[in-house]
Unconditional design. Structure first.
Length: 213
């Protein structure tokens, strides 16, 4: 899992960061990005794509990563920004914020997916499709982003228990759709999203659920 990191260092880069996000697909809540710089040669066979891990394992690895990493940064794009600029641009802005929070600053950034982070002038970039399964630093970032976002949604659950964000984390589950139909939308629902199936129309707003990354 450290092949991309080793290759970057062989090319002369000294500080390599992995970047990933959580929360592109939900109907509610922010999108959260994380950036992680691991020590050269770092290995941990348990670190993997966050979607392949249980919640308990993610929580445990979250602490391990924050302990072992040279730097960890987190960026958050809230619902108003998502609705204003679209989910992709909001995700990239969260990634830029996460990288900007790293100290030491990286000179190479490995980005999960196909899109480069715009206006990131401080480092070179390499995009990696399914990078959270191929790069240990991207996988570590995926865990940090997922746990960070889950904790935000647990906070929102206490404010809006009728939607059961504790369980669905804002994704368009049947239970969540039923809650929207029953209670309407709250302030953290993404008004630029609409539901494909089944269609739920509330207060002249339509929602659709994008595929999570």
């Amino acid at each position: 899992m450290d092949g991309f990191e080793r290759n970057a260092r062989e090319q002369g880069y000294r500080t390599v960061a992995g970047v990933d996000e959580a929360g592109r697909g939900p109907l509610a809540g922010p999108v959260v990005a994380a950036a992680v710089v691991l020590p050269p040669g770092y290995t941990n066979r348990e670190i993997n794509d966050s979607k392949q891990l249980t919640a308990a394992k993610r929580e445990a690895l979250f602490d391990v990563i924050n302990r072992d990493a040279l730097a960890v940064g987190v960026g958050v794009s809230e619902v108003d920004l998502i609705d204003s600029v679209n989910i992709l641009q909001a995700t990239l802005l969260a990634m830029k914020e996460a990288v900007g929070g790293l100290s030491p600053a990286p000179d190479m950034v490995l980005v999960d997916g196909r899109s480069r982070i715009p206006f990131l002038l401080s480092a070179d970039q390499e995009t990696i499709v399914k990078g959270d399964r191929k790069s240990i630093s991207v996988a570590a970032a995926s865990i940090v982003a997922k746990v960070s976002r889950d904790r935000i949604m647990e906070m929102y659950h206490r404010q809006f228990p009728q939607y059961n964000f504790l369980k669905n984390k804002g994704y368009g589950t049947a239970e969540h759709l039923e809650a929207i139909a029953r209670h309407g939308c709250c302030k953290i629902h993404r008004k630029s999203f609409r539901v494909r199936q089944p269609v739920v129309r509330l207060r002249n707003l339509s929602f659709f659920s994008e595929e999570p990354s």
